[in-house]
Design a protein around this ligand. Structure first.
Ligand SMILES: *Cc1c(COP(=O)(O)O)cnc(C)c1O
Length: 337
């Protein structure tokens, strides 16, 4: 494929060669297996299907100028999947098993890693599902861990461009003491209605408020939120936010660039005071925001049509580490040998 084609492939499912599977039965994990099937043969009473006993991850591999393929922070994804497993009573996938499965899935599909400079990458999707049959509400006795990969286009095919966010108080994504802090499918099902409404009105995502008081910023549907002012990077602290690995990485880079960091409750009205705001996650790294519209208050917050200076710097630095163009002092990338 030409670079131009890679730019337009978008973010969607694509078949690749092989996926990696591992079954949990009788209290233990089996060996990693390779499969060329895109389908699973599971019991119709599987707990993942009925009671949402499933967690997933999302990470990326990038091809460098040197031709090497680098995976970004897979140990963090492995740990987060264990955290999600604790939340919905699934067994831990051992960190080494997770990492071996990711490496094997990338290796077996290495020709699908898009070329350096295309902006495209190989998206890696680990998934853990309860496959044992239960009709009473209880955790499954059997699980399937699977890792599949596909090439995806750059999030911004026409370049790094700000988008709009929408605040609506009639929807919650997750409850304060619920599953918001776990990467589980149920949170996504719960966000589909609000997300559809926001997209239909031209917004890139919903900016959720805290479900209890509707006073503080929580996060965007599939991404964390941050604001920057007075040389300070501010990101909401909340029980219902999914701890983004991108956010964690940006915080580290921001600190090293001399920004102060605040992780705290962020009142909605504080939107007025930010110089730059953005959403962050694996898909876009940083998605700069030019406007937040609070639909209930009929109030808009504007941040300019071009990405802010700090957002641009942070974005470029993180992307450079992922591509192998900048040194990796933090040990974030794993080269696939
Ligand atoms: C996955 C996810 C994010 C982003 O996390 P990254 O590790 O940066 O990709 C943010 N919010 C939610 C709800 C998520 O599921």
């Amino acid at each position: 494929m030409e670079i131009q084609d890679w730019k337009t492939i978008g973010f969607g499912y694509r078949k690749t060669n092989l996926n990696v599977r591992c079954y949990y039965k009788n209290g233990e994990w089996g060996e990693l297996e390779l499969s060329d099937s895109e389908y699973l043969n599971i019991h119709m009473a599987a707990t993942s299907l009925h009671y949402g006993q499933e967690a997933f991850e999302g990470l990326k591999a990038f091809k460098g100028k040197d031709g090497k393929v680098r995976v970004f922070r897979m140990d963090e994804n492995a740990k987060r999947m264990q955290h999600s497993s604790d939340g919905i009573l699934m067994p831990h996938v051992p960190i080494e098993t997770f990492e071996e499965a990711v490496k094997l899935a990338v290796k077996k599909n290495i020709e699908f890693v898009p070329p350096y400079g295309s902006g495209a990458s190989l998206y890696i999707r680990p998934l853990l599902i309860g496959v044992g049959p239960e009709i009473g509400v209880r955790p499954s006795q059997e699980y399937l861990f699977i890792v599949f990969v596909m090439p995806v286009g750059p999030y911004f095919p026409e370049g790094f461009k700000p988008t709009d966010l929408l605040i609506m108080r009639q929807f919650d994504r997750a409850a304060p003491l619920g599953t918001g802090k776990y990467k589980v499918g149920g949170n996504y099902a719960a966000s589909l209605t609000a997300g559809k409404k926001a997209k239909a009105e031209g917004y890139s995502a919903v900016l959720y408020l805290d479900a209890r008081e509707k006073k503080y910023l929580d996060e965007c549907g599939p991404a964390n939120f941050f604001g920057i002012k007075n040389n300070t990077y501010i990101t909401p602290k909340s029980e219902s936010i999914l701890p983004s690995i991108t956010n964690k990485s940006i915080i580290q880079i921001a600190e090293d660039m001399g920004l102060k960091i605040e992780r705290r409750q962020v009142p909605v009205e504080e939107l007025e005071t930010f110089e730059e705001v953005g959403a962050c996650g694996t898909a876009a790294v940083i998605s700069p925001i030019k406007r937040v519209y609070d639909a209930d208050e009929d109030k808009e917050y504007l941040y300019g049509n071009e990405p802010g200076t700090w957002s641009t710097k942070l974005y470029e630095k993180l992307r450079a580490i992922q591509d192998g163009d900048a040194p990796d002092p933090y040990g974030w990338v794993t080269v696939i040998e």
